[in-house]
Design a protein around this ligand. Structure first.
Ligand code: UFG
Length: 337
């Protein structure tokens, strides 16, 4: 087992993945620019696993800094590429920042991998690449489309990687995540957004009394209760998919793409009700107009990941909301507390 470079290594999904990788015996080199994360998550990963990780504060946009990391760490054999900006609304307001950060950052990474002969990569993609699908559950061969600059960057990052992999003989796994939620069952690591754009962190903050009520974006969607339906996936299940993907890269070369979801959809109201049960009081909410760019329903078919990676989600809605609430209760100020 070589060393694995984790870009965006201090972020939400990376921190959970780091724990699973360390427990599986991998040595990690983390890289982050802290634009949306903190060193405290790295410290807590070390505390949870009892292992030290190597850490570099560097920006993927700085190719020389990246070269220095690869020079200092010649044992790197593979990369998990999480490092990217990810807020849909912000990407609409600041498209150039998104293209520059996500595309330049990825190009630099792929270039330095080419220069140093590192040929294995797991890429953090998103179900956003399916846009508004013609039917559900979505399968990996469904047409892709982007509805905002963030989604465009994910599609482009995928495409650039596929082209590079073909030309340079790389082994690449693209994981298309559905909606990651929840936290590690220790309550020590979790999602720590500056402002919660996504449903579950917002619901958590309302449950904790930090915000007054949840605004439910639309109750007139063509869904059973009129609110949006998504495929929520526990972040620990998602983290485990990366361990399976890395292991499989060693045997199955070429480019593979997998949906990483549960295959089940829950509505906004079902999520609020499930959260109300675990926190012990009804979470206040109000119906508001639809959010621009939203769609009614998306959930994935995870059968390919099950057949080829031997991965499937093990944790259900109860574990998702209970772990999110535990993290929120134990860390009311996130990593700043
Ligand atoms: N929602 C609300 N109120 C809120 C926040 C969200 O009603 O305050 C609703 C949305 O309208 C949607 C559902 O909750 O129906 C989920 O919304 P999220 O913002 O949590 O997630 P999205 O499905 O919009 O998008 C997320 C990520 C994207 C990713 C996509 C993949 O934000 O980065 O999942 O499907 F690409």
């Amino acid at each position: 087992m070589g060393k694995i470079l984790i870009t965006g290594g201090a972020g939400y999904i990376a921190s959970h993945t780091n724990v699973e990788l360390i427990e599986a015996g991998y040595e990690l080199v983390l890289l982050d620019n802290f634009c949306n994360s903190s060193m405290e998550s790295v410290r807590r990963v070390e505390e949870l696993t009892g292992k030290k990780v190597t850490f570099y504060e560097a920006d993927l946009k700085d190719i020389d800094a990246l070269r220095k990391v690869f020079e200092a760490e010649p044992e790197i054999t593979g990369v998990i590429h999480f490092g990217a900006l990810k807020a849909v609304g912000e990407s609409v307001e600041k498209p150039l920042m998104y293209y520059e950060n996500n595309i330049t950052g990825s190009l630099n990474l792929y270039k330095v991998m080419g220069e140093t002969g590192v040929k294995q990569l797991v890429f953090s993609s998103s179900a956003t690449v399916y846009g508004d699908p013609a039917s559900v559950p979505v399968k990996e061969d469904f047409p892709t489309q982007a509805t905002n600059p963030y989604g465009q960057t994910k599609l482009m990052m995928e495409q650039i990687l596929i082209d590079a992999a073909k030309a340079l003989g790389w082994d690449v796994t693209i994981l298309r995540y559905f909606n990651p939620v929840g936290a590690h069952d220790s309550g020590r690591i979790g999602e720590d957004p500056e402002y919660p754009n996504n449903l579950l962190p917002f619901v958590s903050q309302v449950a904790a009394g930090i915000r007054e009520k949840v605004m439910v974006f639309g109750n007139d969607w063509d869904t059973p209760d009129g609110t949006g339906v998504r495929d929520y996936i526990h972040v620990v299940d998602l983290a485990k998919a990366h361990v399976k993907a890395l292991a499989k890269l060693a045997e199955k070369g070429g480019v593979s793409i997998y949906n990483i979801g549960t295959g089940k959809g829950y509505s906004v109201l079902e999520m609020i009700e499930a959260f109300s049960k675990v926190c012990g009081h009804q979470i206040p909410y109000e119906f508001a107009p639809r959010r621009a760019g939203d769609i009614a329903t998306v959930y994935g078919d995870p059968a390919l990941a099950s057949a080829e990676l031997g991965w499937s989600a093990e944790l259900g809605l109860d574990e998702m909301v209970a772990s999110a609430w535990k993290w929120q209760s134990m860390n009311p100020k996130g990593y700043r507390g």
